[in-house]
Design a protein around this ligand. Structure first.
Ligand code: SAM
Length: 220
């Protein structure tokens, strides 16, 4: 059994989220069957961005609304979050969002073609604070290799966490990676494209730190 970065939770799903999953999935959900053709999926040539672990989707929606000229693919395993996202996508009538309900590691390994993405975003991934659980953290050297294969040369990788020990780990693993280069000299202030969530706002008021890491895929 592979070590997963998540625990499957049935979670509490509201009736509107359940209804959204049932009715809106055909419009925005992606059924996985072999290698994905992203241009066919969105029906156009445009920059393609992926958010891994979008949670309730607020950042994904904000990015898609601000950049209608770009396409956004969200990947998460959490059904209530998918319901929440679908409700927002439908309300905003966004045509540039698609959703995959699966383990992002599997999708990256098996279903996304090489160099197909302009950016990958990973905001507040589960920090797995206990030492014996650190192996479950998504950011590891092998996972970065996988991300590097999917991001176009010169494309972006943007990570954020509010867990200092994970932030230091991310920085160390990224700095050791020959495929990525930091263009902000260590940690970065939150760039404008990363939407400030209520959760984060509350943390900031309580004096909690947030660490953003901005990297570029090396050209060769
Ligand atoms: C702590 S939450 C953060 C959610 C959101 N990014 C935010 O900033 O509020 C982490 C999310 O990552 C998802 N997740 C964890 N491992 C994943 C994986 N391997 N593939 C897809 N989603 C994953 C979880 O289901 C959860 O929604």
């Amino acid at each position: 059994m592979p070590i997963r970065s998540f625990v499957r939770r049935s979670g509490r799903i509201t009736s509107s989220q359940r209804k959204a999953v049932e009715t809106l999935w055909p419009n925005y959900g992606v059924e996985i069957d072999g290698e994905l053709n992203l241009e066919a999926l969105f029906g156009r040539k445009a920059e393609k961005h992926v958010e891994i672990g979008f949670g309730n989707g607020d950042s994904l929606i904000a990015m898609a609304e601000s950049n209608p000229q770009h396409d956004y693919l969200g990947i998460d395993v959490y059904t209530p979050g998918i319901g929440h996202l679908l409700i927002k996508v439908e309300a905003a009538q966004l045509t540039n969002v698609r959703v995959i309900h699966a383990d992002a590691v599997e999708i990256l390994k098996h279903n996304l073609p090489p160099s197909c993405l302009n950016s990958i975003y990973l905001f507040f991934p589960d920090p797995w604070p206990k030492k014996r659980h650190h192996k479950r953290r998504l950011i590891q050297p092998d996972f970065l290799k996988l991300l590097a294969q999917k991001i176009k040369p010169g494309g972006n990788l943007h990570l954020a966490t509010d867990w200092e020990n994970y932030a230091q780990h991310m920085l160390a693993v990224l700095e050791a990676s020959p495929e990525f280069i930091n263009y902000t000299n260590g940690f970065s202030p939150r760039p404008a494209e990363r939407h400030l969530t209520k959760f984060e706002q509350r943390g900031l008021r309580l004096g909690h730190g947030v660490w953003d890491l901005l990297y570029r895929r090396m050209l060769s």
